[in-house]
Each structure stands twice: as structure tokens, then as C-alpha cells.
Design a protein around this ligand. Sequence first.
Ligand SMILES: [Zn+2]
Length: 185
Amino acid sequence: MQKKRRQWVFCIYNNVAVGANYLIEKYKYKKIAIIDFDVHHGNGTQNIFYDNEKVLFISTHQYPYYPGSGSEKEKGDFNNVLNIPLEAGTSAEKYLNAYENVLNKVREFKPEFLLFSAGFDAHIDDPLAQLQLSSEDFYKITKRTLEISKSFCNGNVVSILEGGYDLKALQESTKRHVDALIEFD
Ligand SMILES: [Zn+2]
């Protein structure tokens, strides 16, 4: 088991972790996938579920970068963590190729419920980080994720807004993400 470390975090409450635990405790779900596409590694979420085989945690993030964690070597006690570190300057094309690994892992895990940690700070206009996604790319990744997860968790999808520090990029990206969620049937 990973030693729980003290870490600096952006948020006081980890909404997606509260949601996942609620689904497990109250509705007895046994397989929940959390996809965290915020540009920062989801260190808090990873830490909370590192030793919980009911939760698959996947994070794509700039690396090395704040908060420092998120290497490929961090895999969870049940191989239930997948980190996809991406170097500063990673293009949208390269990101989308890497995202195939997210989709493969979701296919393999077959979640009953899917949660997005939807941060939009991997946008090219974001002042905090250096990945190069466009607003449209958030539509693409949402659409692809919903398509492949449809047969396991038909409609059981909740998305939770996280980072995004360029207001125009945040507005556009969120809209495109929600468009894909609305189109899902
Ligand atoms: Zn972030």
C-alpha cells in the first residue's frame, strides 16, 4: 500500500472522490472509472483510491509539472491507476494519440459508472500550463469516451468541472464538452 503523504492541493473538497464513494456506499457500484483530463495530475484522487480496486483512476497531465506526482510507475495497488504523463508543448495530435491508452484501459475495466474530472487547463490558451488542446479537442475526447463506454455504463456518466484559467477557453471548451454529453444517447 502506498504511504499516504501530506500534499499541497488546489481544492479543499475532492468532489469527484466524494461522488465515487457515494456511488459505492449508497448504490453499491463495484466498478467506477474516473477520467481526469485536467492538465495537473490528480494527486488527491489518486491518493484516495490507490488501494481501492473498485475505482479505476486515469489521469492525463503535463509532466514533470505541479504537483510533481503522476509518473507511469504509479499504478495503484490493483493496477487501478493509469497515469499518462505528457511533456510541456505536447500537441493536440499527440495528446489524442495518447488518449487511446485511456480508452483501452476503460474498455479493459468495463466500468458501471464513469466520472470525469473535467479540467480545461490543457487548452492551448491556458496561462498555467503548456499543452496545446483546442476547445474542439475536448469535444472529441468526450465523444470518444462516451462511445466506447456505452456498452458498460450506458448513461451513467457525471462530469465535474475542475481547472481552467483562461475564461474564454474555459467557456468554449466546457460548452463543447457539454455538447458531447448532451448528444450522447
Ligand atoms: Zn488543473
